[in-house]
Design a protein around this ligand. Structure first.
Ligand SMILES: Cc1cc2nc3c(=O)[nH]c(=O)nc-3n(C[C@H](O)[C@H](O)[C@H](O)COP(=O)(O)O)c2cc1C
Length: 147
């Protein structure tokens, strides 16, 4: 296994007050920070926002992932952060993105809804692998759309 690559996956609850416009502009600012800060640290990943929840995958050298994640943890725009996995990874899943934003074009859909009843996503029983699958599938869909 190539040394040093780590992946962190978590979800959290939105704490941004206000309507869609406010939320959209805060997410823009989060993505701008990611685009600015992640590339020099060799961090890549994906962020999903849907129905009041964030889910994020961060991957990169362990110290870089820790550094970014520590900042994210202190961000008042979300809370109740539930880490589902922080472990060595064989390869990047989101190597093309400093931070892919997924699910944006499906704002009105409940992306996690179909798994909610089985896994209790909102009641904190979803597993990291399952969430990773969801995020990865969203990324494939986005890529297919863009192609
Ligand atoms: C759900 C969520 C995901 C975030 N993801 C990232 C990220 O991938 N990279 C990043 O630099 N900041 C991210 N942020 C923003 C950081 O918490 C912080 O505001 C930002 O890094 C500060 O950037 P600065 O030090 O350049 O001012 C995220 C925030 C939230 C709420």
């Amino acid at each position: 296994m190539p040394s040093g690559l780590y992946r962190c996956i978590y979800y959290s609850k939105n704490r941004i007050d206000g309507g869609r416009t406010r939320i959209a502009s805060e997410i823009e600012s989060i993505l701008a920070a990611a685009r600015r800060n992640n590339p020099p640290l060799l961090v890549t990943g994906a962020l999903v926002f849907n129905r009041g929840l964030f889910a994020q995958v961060l991957e990169g050298p362990c110290p870089s992932v820790e550094k970014v994640f520590e900042k994210i943890l202190r961000d008042p725009r979300h809370g109740d952060v539930q880490v589902l996995g922080f472990e060595a990874a064989r390869e990047r899943m989101f190597s093309n993105w400093s931070m892919a934003f997924l699910g944006q074009s499906r704002e009105d859909q409940n992306l996690f809804g179909h798994i909610g009843p089985q896994t209790g996503f909102s009641t904190e029983r979803i597993e990291g692998d399952r969430l990773l699958d969801i995020v990865r599938n969203l990324a494939f869909e986005e890529e297919a759309r863009a192609a």
